[in-house]
Write a protein that binds this ligand. Structure first.
Ligand code: ADP
Ligand code: MG
Length: 477
């Protein structure tokens, strides 16, 4: 039997507000435990939550970017459960009326095709604290700094059909929240994490199978592995005559397997009810329109523009628009050099390679866009060859100066004087009579040997196109 995997993701994005969603406490990551939780976050009696309007604008930004409806009126609800890192005994979330609903995004798959994934809803909620098990022998530490941090929970339709599609969708959301500047996207710190709902069904069947939910996946690799493992597990169960139980599971990356965490709770277990401490959230049309007017160019818009105005391939445009910083860097270089393809190749190749190797973000690159532009201009005007340019780039990276300074101080200017090149060629032919004879006897593969000799004699500085041209003429004479 052939199986189809069905996946829906619930992504939690931590919003980049300065303070918490219902209190004035700071949201800064990495502070001493329990130094950033105020009385509201701790659930003291007699205190009241006040909604952070920045969190609301961020949710609306996301909604507008994903073609979603923005609810003119939405409600905060209490989701009741006990856990040591939840001092109030309930989490404030949105349940029946979320602020954002019914949207979609077009995800670019690995083969370049587009696939539409529905956004069921995106709602605002507060995060809980953290339970720390490692440093406390036989005890659990509780850090409430994260309690009350604003989250946007983005729920997709069950439109995703493979682990790879799920990763592509997650990458798009990661890219989008960073473009919108509403989440730092730091998956290692947990700023963006997802729960994957997974089921399988025989190909051709209309009804969905029973799903399991795998919690808290915080890397693209884990998402892919957890889904593949879980789909296989479910197929094995069904093929051996069993049936999948609806439950919440945990992915263990060390063992690369999922295992049960708890049986799936029903919504009514949480006794959701509207939070009497908070008014309904109302958003008027004017506010929505002013947020819309303020939206940046979106990733897919930028990608399309890069194809249209720079003549790049869809793939290259996709790589260059992965992050806004990289796109900005590329545009700054391309505009000055006038050869977009050259700029694209260098940003995606040499520059990205060096940044990866050094573990440096593009905004902190030791070679900035102006400096790289200075180098590429010298390739474009034939002062240096692309090969020499790589050496110059290395020197620039090491802080030895601008492209022009390095070219001058190291005497790297390309030789384009054909008389000078011809003189070198003549000498090379005199020095290698045997190879010359073989070449003229029909072994034309030796052209490469002669090119190599000329380049060696000029220390790589001769213009390669001219060398080829003049050599061929001399050899065939
Ligand atoms: P809950 O409230 O229990 O988390 P929801 O109905 O809100 O459940 O769905 C949560 C997620 O599960 C959504 O992303 C949805 O697309 C996905 N989902 C629902 N049914 C299935 C299924 N049979 N297989 C895979 N994913 C599913
Ligand atoms: Mg859920």
């Amino acid at each position: 039997m052939e199986w189809e995997v069905v996946i829906g993701l619930e992504i939690h994005a931590q919003l980049k507000t300065a303070s918490k969603i219902f209190s004035g406490a700071s949201t800064q990551f990495g502070a001493e435990p329990n130094t950033q939780a105020c009385l509201v976050d701790l659930g003291y009696p007699g205190v009241l939550p006040v909604l952070n309007s920045d969190a609301v604008s961020m949710a609306v930004r996301f909604g507008l970017a994903t073609h979603s409806s923005i609810a003119p009126r939405s409600i905060f609800a209490r989701k009741n459960y006990f856990y040591p890192d939840l001092p109030k005994g309930y989490q404030i979330s949105q349940y029946e009326l979320p602020v954002v609903h019914d949207g979609w995004v077009d995800v670019v798959l690995d083969d370049g095709s587009r696939k539409r994934v529905g956004i069921t809803r995106a709602h605002l909620e507060e995060d809980a604290g953290k339970s720390l098990h490692e440093d406390f022998h036989g005890l659990t530490g509780i850090d409430l700094n994260r309690a009350g941090t604003p989250l946007l929970e983005i729920v997709s339709e069950p439109d995703i059909r493979s682990a790879k599609e799920a990763v592509s969708y997650m990458k798009l959301i990661h890219q989008l929240v960073r473009y919108l500047d509403i989440c730092d996207g730091n998956m290692q710190e947990g700023s963006l994490r997802c729960d994957a709902n997974i089921s399988v069904r025989p190909i051709g069947r209309h009804e969905f199978g029973t799903r399991a939910e795998v919690k808290n996946l915080n890397s693209f690799r884990f998402i892919e592995r957890a889904i593949n493992y879980e789909a296989e597990r479910q197929i094995d169960i069904i093929e051996s005559g069993g049936s999948v139980v609806q439950e919440t599971r945990l992915y263990d990356s060390g063992k690369d397997e999922t295992r049960p965490m708890r049986s799936k709770e029903e919504a009514n277990d949480y006794r959701y009810f509207p939070d009497p401490d908070l008014l309904p959230l109302t958003i008027d049309l004017q506010t929505v329109e002013s947020i819309r007017a303020d939206l940046p160019e979106l990733p897919w818009e930028k990608r399309e523009r890069f194809v249209e105005s720079y003549g790049l391939s869809d793939y290259d445009a996709g790589v260059l628009t992965t992050a806004r910083n990289m796109a900005d860097y590329f545009e700054a270089v391309a505009s000055g050099v006038g050869d977009a393809k050259l700029a694209a190749n260098w940003v995606m190749g040499e520059l990205s390679g060096a940044l990866n190797k050094a573990g440096v973000e593009i905004e902190n690159s030791p070679v900035g866009p102006d400096a790289l532009k200075g180098l590429l201009v010298r390739i474009a005007d034939q002062t240096i060859s692309g090969k020499i340019a790589k050496d110059v780039f290395e020197s620039m990276w090491a802080g030895e100066g601008s492209a022009d300074e390095i070219i001058d101080s190291k005497g790297l200017r390309q030789i384009t004087d054909s008389t000078a090149i011809q003189a070198v060629i003549d000498q090379v032919l005199v020095d290698n009579p045997q190879q010359l004879e073989q070449y003229r006897a029909g072994k034309d593969k030796l052209l490469g040997f002669f090119v190599g000799q000329v380049m060696k004699a000029t220390r790589g500085k001769a213009n390669p196109a001219q060398v080829n041209d003049l050599l061929r003429r001399s050899l065939d004479a």
